[in-house]
Ligand binder design. Structure first.
Ligand SMILES: Nc1ncnc2c1ncn2[C@@H]1O[C@H](COP(=O)(O)OP(=O)(O)OP(=O)(O)O)[C@@H](O)[C@H]1O
Length: 248
């Protein structure tokens, strides 16, 4: 396996406070990596830097060997890096299929966008199948449930044929059933993509995570198999709390 994502020495400060403090992270091609850490650990800032939304004061982010730091967001998308936000960004007035078609066009050259919508139908069909939304293809996105919207947003990323997906708390606010379906969806997505997931939900991690990276104060505190990381006394102290309440 080779590294899909190599983050080295990332530093970001807000008002003199370090949000990322010399962060290093390597994610291999085809990995499903979970990122956890207490509030303010730097997880969202890391995703913001990888996707070109925030510029670090120093450090490097290489994806597939290309340096991403300094590129604008749309260039990062075109290189195959897709992200979701905590609130799903879908077009409510458009149908599920139209949302996917639009997303599939994002990486296409502008001049072909209107000319060749059919060329994108294979990606749209695959995204509908993977997300389980085929039966809702003609439904307006505005009427979808919270979970279905999140799946549509993941589908929209898939339709862009990304090499790397960055998902920010995909199961936040979901019902038990929806969390389970999302876990299965992530496993299916990870079979064909490199996936990094920021997630707080411990039960979800226990069921679906393999390798977990714990961030704390803008650095990597621990990295390893989910059970080892959860049992680590330092992790329990800083992340799970002395009572271990969120671990059980
Ligand atoms: N735009 C901003 N302006 C000022 N400070 C910021 C900004 N974004 C993040 N921070 C600060 O940077 C630090 C890291 O925040 P970040 O949101 O990356 O943490 P996180 O690990 O994602 O936390 P959470 O789990 O609460 O989402 C925090 O101290 C936060 O207050």
């Amino acid at each position: 396996m080779s590294a899909a994502l190599e983050v080295r020495g990332l530093r970001v400060g807000f008002d003199g406070h370090p949000a990322l403090d010399g962060l290093d992270l390597t994610v291999e091609e085809g990995e499903l990596r979970f990122l956890i850490g207490p509030n303010g650990a730097g997880k969202t800032t890391l995703i913001d830097v990888i996707t070109g939304l925030t510029r670090p004061s120093s450090g490097s982010v290489r994806f597939g060997g290309r340096e991403l730091v300094g590129l604008p967001e749309h260039r990062v998308v075109r290189l195959g890096v897709g992200r979701t936000f905590q609130t799903a960004a879908v077009f409510e007035e458009l149908t599920v299929r139209e949302n996917l078609e639009l997303a599939a066009g994002f990486r296409a050259p502008l001049r072909t966008l209107l000319r060749r919508p059919r060329g994108r139908s294979a990606e749209v069909g695959r995204a509908l199948a993977t997300t389980g939304l085929a039966a809702l293809a003609g439904r307006r996105a505005g009427v979808l449930s919270h979970g279905q919207r999140q799946w549509l947003e993941i589908g929209m990323l898939l339709a862009q044929r990304p090499g790397l997906l960055l998902l920010d708390e995909p199961v936040a606010g979901m019902s038990r059933d929806e969390r389970e379906r999302t876990g299965e969806l992530l496993a299916a997505v990870a079979a064909e993509h490199t996936v990094v997931v920021v997630e707080h939900d411990m039960e979800f991690l226990r069921r679906y995570a393999r390798t977990v990276t714990v961030l704390h104060q803008g650095k990597v505190l621990r990295e390893g198999a989910v059970d080892e990381v959860r049992a680590d006394p330092v992790v329990r102290e800083v992340y799970l709390g002395r009572s271990g309440g969120r671990a059980d």
